[in-house]
Design a binder for this molecule. Sequence first.
Ligand SMILES: [Mn+2]
Length: 339
Amino acid sequence: MSDTYVEGNFLGLPESGSGIEVVVLPLPYELTTSYGQGTADGPAACIAASGQVELFDSDLNTDLPAGASIYTAPAWEGKGGNLKAQLDELGSYLSPWCKGDVFPLALGGEHGILPPFIWALKQHPAIAGDLSALTVVQIDAHADLRSDLDGEPFSHACAAARTLDMGVGRLLQVGIRAFSKQEAEWIAEDQRITTYFAKETQSPSSHDASWSSWLGELATLTGPVHLTIDIDGLDGSLVPATGTPVPGGLSFWQAIETIQAVFRAPKAMVISADVNEIATHEHSPITEFTAAMLAAKTIACHINAKDEGRWTTSAKPSGTQRNGLQCTYFSEQTSANNQ
Ligand SMILES: [Mn+2]
């Protein structure tokens, strides 16, 4: 715990408010969760649990924030009366933090936050309007490649599919163990998608070779990368409160190794990340604590990448008052239900 613990800030860290290098963005978004409830409370619970995370990071060999300025932004407050209006609000909220001068880490909220995040990243200097340059690395139990869920194409169950629609060039998935026949066929056919199924990475007979192959794949990443961590990618025993916990998932250390490998890829630059589907359970804090540890490791790995020259920025870090773009992308989509 920080010596000068500040309630409501990630890791309890005090902040200067200027020269921000990492921003934590709480997105209590919940509109389409199919099974459990409580992802709206998840980000605040994760931030509260982060006060119990050790600040010492063994990769950095020092305490967080390790000299970096980490700012916890006021949480997004949804006002839109329907799903597409809320997605536009999320895009507008994220936009000021996606200009390349800071590392944005969002805490969700449903996985439906991913498409608005990708929309906001389009302006990032490393992408410059061309999302085909971007690789999304996804930890998840679900492929999230459905065309729609109950008629809703912007459901959390469709998050990865929508990012491909938006033009994302490559999608790498791990932990996947719950998917439809249609999703399996899409994965097999689409050259943009590389999926490491939990059946292979977790099975006693194949896990060593499969896991080495996954880490090898990550080492070859090039260009800008967004890391999206749906905590249900981890084994359900580690995240029992999440909306749809699934057995047979990644171990905690496999999630950590994945985060480390993405940030250590010599030719890639991780420009942004999210940890999503965080929810609470009255009898156990393990879900939000697991999420807080993954978020803390993500920040530590970003600082490490920056120290080692794998983070470049042309913009000078500035303060909390900033302008962003107004998102209307989602309201303009005609295919979705206007519920
Ligand atoms: Mn997901």
